[in-house]
Design a binder for this molecule. Sequence first.
Ligand code: SF4
Ligand code: SF4
Length: 151
Amino acid sequence: MDCRAALLVGGGAKACAFGCLGLGSCAAACPFDAITMSDRGLPVVDEEQCTGCGVCVQTCPRGIMELIPRTQKVYLGCVSHDKTRAVKAVCDVGCIGCGLCSRPKITPSGAVRMEDNLPVLPPDWSDYETAVEKCPSKVFVVRDAAGLGHG
Ligand code: SF4
Ligand code: SF4
């Protein structure tokens, strides 16, 4: 029951090569008990408890965890760099790298750029609403005033 061990033993049980291994090494490592594993086997961070120490970022063997500013309104709920067909084969909610969110018609500010099949978002992205609505995979997570994420 350790993500690093699972990765060494055949890459873990998830079909997505970028996906969370779900065994909770980040939760076990967090010195502030800020992470719990959900019923779906995914880590949930309590933003009130989190101090931003970064231990979880260093612990996750898949490099999924990332520190973002408390003020960042939107983040991407996927880290897969796979191409469209590979993502669709294993996941309904993964970024398919279509680039729609980076187009001027969708994000007029030009704040979003594509890199290796994933959009790169600025922490202060303000014209996100159309992208959130139009994304075919509904990948974006919008945080409310309390810092909670809602897909
Ligand atoms: S950054 Fe937050 S969630 Fe991650 S280990 Fe530190 S306190 Fe826990
Ligand atoms: S619109 Fe959605 S699926 Fe397409 S690149 Fe942006 S985040 Fe990925």
